[in-house]
Write a protein that binds this ligand. Structure first.
Ligand code: HEM
Ligand code: SF4
Ligand code: SF4
Length: 524
């Protein structure tokens, strides 16, 4: 599993950086796969409603009505048909890329099992919707799809009579059966929408809309494709004849030739094993269960920052129970907590300056607490020498890449960069532990815990609580969203910081020399 994930990660990193040359950071399609899935869904829904106005649901007239739309009304219904087709294909592409990316990024274990398992159900629904869509055209491809899929279903003997009988001869198929297919083709996508909603129940503020520019670009490309290469039918269905050659849709129907030829044990057995395997993936080793966040009411004033910042909806604010004069208190649902520590990073009581008392935050990770973070910071500072010392606060998911230790550079790991309270940066600089602080984490838009990078940008930019104190100047803190493959960028940044610190030191020395010279001149 780990090897497969590493290969996938490498593949996506290469693809992501190649696309980054053509798209602005926020528009990179690979960082918007889920949102693009929704976008394709809406195009399918709107074009589907338009097509339904002209579609004849009777088996005798369905083909003719589709032909009318494609040829006579090519400029409107024809374009809608093509958009419907290409958006459906696009949905399959982004869905599988999204799945592979979530898998590669290790975004499926622990509490994320919920999004994963509902995702597996979504795959099934997308396919049922797409395959039944092909039936409705009632051309030769529809005939092939109908026969192969009903024969495959009949192999389970679920129905009293084999449903493939409907396609034995030209008069066999009834309008009622055909209308049932139309109903399934409309009902399943509607249920799919409900499942998409369920899919996102455990993530806060999911990004379901792609950036406008990306959406416009994707839509324009599909429109051009629809005009240049419109979707067409493959001749009317004729149950008296077996279609000789057909153009298959490789997005929805790639397994149909196998369904036709392989024995039941292979096709149904394979489908069952693959589905079970997919559902079970979140529970397969290597397992890693981190301890969920816990609340310490003695240090909580009910400010709701942790509630606002949690990326997984794991915190609820409830009425105060301990008699202290505050309205609310947070409670953490351990089954939803990913142990990212972002809540601790936002808590005003994550204050390293409290040297006399034990550092105990209102909300904290038992296995990676604020007190331990302060101890790691002290240990890192103790190793540093010279007057160009740098401390890197780096997030665990990227740490193998960010780990730099020598006489002048030390790395302090945090679970997610969002776990770092800005007060720690202030503390490290005020106490003289370092001459510059580097804050390093996942690539922007690609945070392992979803909002760590975003919230940190806000905190350091002093637009989101808790703010970095004003006494910390911008050149004392450098931010790098290096990601898993950003070691070279980090090295460049460290060289730049070293040169800047050297320059600062020289400037200071020159200034001191000037002051001394002026003083001695005035004494003379
Ligand atoms: C049409 C299909 C799908 C759509 C439109 C879709 C959409 C989304 C969106 C919008 C998010 C939230 C992303 C964010 O804001 O961080 C998400 C999360 C997620 N999706 Fe999907 N999804 C689809 C299919 C799937 C499939 C097939 C799987 C896997 C079997 C899957 C697994 C996940 C997981 C694990 C997350 C949680 C990621 C995290 O916790 O950071 N999705 N999906
Ligand atoms: S550790 Fe992360 S997921 Fe858990 S409560 Fe805190 S912010 Fe939410
Ligand atoms: S951020 Fe800290 S003080 Fe504020 S509600 Fe959460 S635990 Fe309490």
């Amino acid at each position: 599993m780990t090897a497969v994930r590493s290969i996938l990660c490498f593949f996506f990193d290469v693809l992501e950086s190649s696309l980054a040359r053509f798209f602005p950071a926020q528009w990179n399609p690979l960082l918007n796969l889920g949102a693009l899935g929704f976008f394709f869904y809406w195009i399918i829904a709107v074009s589907g409603v338009y097509l339904f106005i002209f579609f004849d649901t009777g088996v005798q007239d369905a083909y003719a009505s589709v032909e009318y739309m494609t040829n006579d009304q090519w400029y409107a219904a024809g374009v809608m048909r093509s958009l419907h087709r290409y958006a459906s294909d696009g949905l399959v592409v982004v869905m599988f890329l999204h799945l592979l990316r979530q898998f590669g990024l290790d975004h499926y274990r622990g509490v994320r099992w919920f999004s994963w398992v509902t995702g597996v159900v979504i795959i099934g629904m997308v396919y049922v919707s797409g395959i039944t869509g092909y039936w409705l055209v009632w051309d030769r491809l529809a005939q092939y799809v109908a026969i192969v899929s009903t024969e495959w279903l009949d192999r389970l003997s679920l129905f009293g009579e084999p449903i493939a009988r409907n396609f034995l001869h030209p008069g066999a198929i009834e309008d009622r059966f055909f209308t049932l297919m139309v109903f399934i083709h409309i009902a399943v996508p509607l249920i799919l929408l409900i499942f998409l909603w369920i899919h996102l129940q455990r993530v806060t503020r999911p990004r379901i809309n792609p950036p406008r520019g990306l959406a416009a670009g994707v839509f324009a490309s599909m429109l051009v494709l629809s005009l240049v290469h419109p979707a067409v039918s493959q001749g009317p269905a004729n149950l008296a004849q077996v279609p000789e050659s057909l153009g298959l849709d490789w997005f929805y129907l790639p397994l149909f030739p196998l369904l036709e030829r392989m024995p039941t044990a292979v096709t149904w057995g394979g489908a069952a094993i693959l589905t079970l395997l997919f559902v079970a993936i979140p529970w397969l080793p290597p397992m890693c269960r981190l301890q969920p966040a816990t609340v310490d009411l003695d240090n909580c004033n009910g400010c709701i920052r942790c509630f606002n910042d949690c990326p997984y909806d794991a915190i609820t604010m409830v009425e105060r129970t301990d008699g202290l004069p505050f309205e609310r208190q947070p409670i953490v649902d351990p089954s939803l907590c990913t142990s990212c520590g972002i809540c601790a990073g936002s808590c005003p009581t994550s204050m390293p300056f409290r040297v006399g008392s034990k550092l105990s935050a209102g909300i904290d990770l038992p296995d990676a607490s604020m007190a331990e973070l302060r101890t790691s910071l002290h240990a890192a500072a103790a190793h540093l020498k010279g007057d160009r010392r740098v401390i890197i606060f780096g997030c665990e998911p990227c740490l193998p890449q960010l780990l730099v230790t020598n006489e002048t550079v030390a790395t302090v790991p945090v679970r997610c960069i969002g776990q770092l309270p800005p007060a720690f940066i202030d503390y490290a600089l005020t106490k003289g532990f370092a001459d510059c602080i580097v804050v390093a984490g996942c690539a922007e838009n690609s945070c392992y815990y979803r909002f760590g990078v975003q919230w940190t940008n806000g905190r350091l930019g002093r637009t989101r609580d808790p703010y970095l104190r004003k006494r910390v100047s911008d050149d004392q803190v450098r931010v790098i969203w290096a990601g898993r493959h950003g070691r070279r960028n980090l090295q460049h940044l460290l060289l730049k910081i070293d040169a800047d610190l050297e320059e600062q030191k020289n400037r200071k020395a020159r200034k001191n020399d000037r002051v001394v010279a002026e003083r001695s001149k005035s004494h003379a």
